[in-house]
Design a protein around this ligand. Structure first.
Ligand code: GDP
Ligand code: MG
Length: 207
């Protein structure tokens, strides 16, 4: 039995997009509603089992790069993979993610595997607008469901105006163009979290 292959993974992205929450979900399978912000950087490890290999991921969760940007290269230097996170309910966080990706493509290991991850999928709320919604055509089924319904996380998110701001197709098109893995996740529900790290491991395994 050979030793697990050790892989350095760095998490980058605007503050409060859920980087620490994603790592916590992946490593401990837990979620904290009001997580205290990371100070500096946190380091955690988790194994990923593939059919023919076990990878040990050394995960660097960064924070404070807006104020201490000069420290960022220290975290992504020698990283074989990067998870660049945005928040699907905050459009500006995708712009920040794109600027991290440009920096990685210029300065990091040229073979680095980059995953673009849209987090907080549980707050997406109502499905993305369709053609008929955009043109103002009414849909009887939709109208019927608006009143007398119990408040769920989704309806609450919608009424608080949280909802999705970044369409899946927009982010995916950018990721395809830039040669990145692309996934949407919820650290809260766990959706897509293990898949993110497994997809990275699979792509690394081929290199
Ligand atoms: P970081 O600054 O990028 O590390 O973000 P944190 O992990 O500290 O998360 C910031 C806030 O967003 C915290 O209050 C989290 O509980 C919340 N959060 C993180 N991920 C999710 C998610 O997938 N869904 C929801 N609803 N909230 C999340
Ligand atoms: Mg954090």
């Amino acid at each position: 039995q050979s030793k697990p292959i050790q892989i350095k993974v760095v998490l980058l992205g605007e503050a409060a997009v859920g980087k620490s929450s994603l790592v916590l979900r992946f490593v401990n399978d837990e979620f904290q509603e009001n997580k205290e912000p990371t100070i500096g950087a946190a380091f955690l490890t988790q194994k990923v089992r593939l059919d023919d290999a076990v990878l040990k991921l050394d995960i660097w969760d960064t924070a404070g790069q807006e104020r201490f940007h000069s420290l960022a290269p220290m975290y992504y230097r020698n990283a074989q993979a990067a998870v660049v996170v945005y928040d699907i309910t905050r459009e500006s966080s995708l712009d920040r993610a794109k600027s991290w990706i440009k920096e990685l493509q210029r300065q990091a290991n040229p073979n680095i595997v980059i995953a673009l991850v849209g987090n907080k999928l549980d707050l997406a709320g109502t499905p993305e607008p369709t053609e008929s919604a955009a043109t103002g055509e009414s849909d009887a089924a939709d109208e019927g469901s608006e009143e007398g319904e119990e408040e769920t996380d989704e309806t609450r998110a919608a009424s608080e105006g949280i909802g999705r701001q970044v369409a899946t197709a927009t982010a995916r098109a950018y990721a395809d163009e830039a040669g990145l893995l692309f996934l949407e996740t919820s650290a809260k529900s766990g959706e897509g979290v293990v898949e993110t790290f497994t997809e990275i491991a699979k792509k690394l395994d081929l290199n």
